[in-house]
Write a protein that binds this ligand. Structure first.
Ligand code: PMP
Length: 357
């Protein structure tokens, strides 16, 4: 730390992204990326003609892509916000819709680790609300509080979902609080709340092209909400970095929307692979939550979470282990291709066999 750093950031603990080691070739099951490449249309769209235009700024209004996203989801462009990954939208939302102790924020205690980082970054009071024993969210905890609410649905890293009715109960009970539903993983079996934005002006649904649409490296997130909420987010964007989606990503996003069927078919395959892998892990004695995301959250009584993570890593397979006390026995395993999951299962069986010796 330099002596110049603003004192309010001195104690800030930044988010730790999943590791990207380069010492060997790993089967990467630690950051919930899609194992499938972008579609051919995306590869064609990001072509040298567009690269040749990189001397020019991108369109800050994202007109074409906004209208494509709006059309896909049956909304108007005014209801769509686009940004440089959904992390960017979450950050903007904490800036826009939270304020110290005046407008605090609540989110589940076990959830996406960035929520508390954003709260700390922007000096927002926050409550990390404990989950039920089985890691499910207790809806009652979100019905009577004066705070902005942030809920990942499906939740991460548990993979568990609230039903659409439960989400609506929370939104309807909080007419004077903004409710942000983070749907990064919704395409793998959850129910989207995006159509509730037509009915409720306090709902902001945030999503991403990083998981189901194979564009993690392009950085593209989108949000759907009432026009007033969207214009608040635009205000923050235009006050920080108006060109925050680059030219290539804008085109890649449009092409990905045009190829929606390809991505939805990939999601179906990922769901099948998730169920196959979950069943195999359970038959090896693992406890797995009923994940509706593109990852499996699993623990074994025979081996600690960290021990399994390290043993898999030494065999060239990366999974995500969290040190938080309540989930330290678990690993979060991204669902890859069937071949990748077979390699994971074989390595896990081998590790357990060695342990039993
Ligand atoms: N929300 C959740 C719950 C996530 O797990 C992630 C991915 N780490 C994000 C948002 C951010 O994704 P991105 O910035 O790639 O859109």
């Amino acid at each position: 730390m330099s002596r110049f750093l603003n004192s309010k950031y001195r104690e800030l603990e930044a988010y730790t992204p999943g590791e990207q080691p380069t010492d060997m070739k790993y089967i990467k099951l630690n950051t919930n990326e899609s194992p499938y490449p972008p579609s051919q249309r995306v590869l064609d769209a990001v072509n040298s003609a567009e690269v040749a235009k990189l001397n020019l700024y991108s369109d800050p209004t994202c007109k074409e892509l906004k209208s494509a996203v709006a059309e896909l989801f049956g909304k108007r462009s005014e209801n769509i916000f686009l940004s440089n990954g959904s992390d960017d939208i979450l950050n903007f939302s904490f800036m826009a819709f939270c304020e110290g102790s005046k407008r605090a924020v609540r989110f589940p205690e076990i959830s996406y680790g960035f929520y508390s980082v954003y709260a700390e970054l922007h000096g927002v009071d926050y409550t990390a609300v404990p989950l039920n024993e089985d890691f499910s969210i207790n809806v009652e905890d979100y019905l009577t509080n004066d705070a902005t609410l942030v809920i990942a649905n499906p939740n991460a890293p548990t993979g568990l979902c609230l039903s659409l009715d439960e989400v609506e109960r929370i939104v309807a009970a909080n007419p004077d609080n903004l409710v942000l539903i983070d749907e990064a993983y919704v395409d793998f079996g959850g129910e989207s709340a995006r159509d509730l934005t037509d009915k409720y002006d306090n709902l902001l649904v945030v999503s991403t092209f990083s998981k189901s649409r194979s564009l993690a490296g392009a950085r593209l997130g989108f949000a759907i909400a009432n026009e007033a909420i969207i214009s608040d987010l635009e205000k923050i964007k235009y006050s920080t970095n108006p060109y925050n989606i680059n030219r290539l990503t804008l085109l890649a996003g449009e092409a990905a929307i045009a190829d929606n069927d390809y991505y939805m078919d990939n999601c179906k395959e990922i769901i099948r692979t998730r169920e196959y892998t979950t069943e195999a892990l359970r038959s090896m004695g693992f406890y797995c939550t009923d994940s509706k995301a593109n990852f499996i959250f699993a623990k074994s009584d025979e081996i600690g979470g960290e021990e399994l993570y390290l043993a898999l890593k030494s065999r060239g397979i990366l999974v995500r282990h969290f040190t938080k006390e309540k989930i330290k026995d678990f690993n979060r395993i991204t669902v890859g291709t069937r071949e990748q999951m077979d390699a994971l299962l074989a390595a896990t069986a081998e590790i357990l066999k060695e342990k039993r010796k």
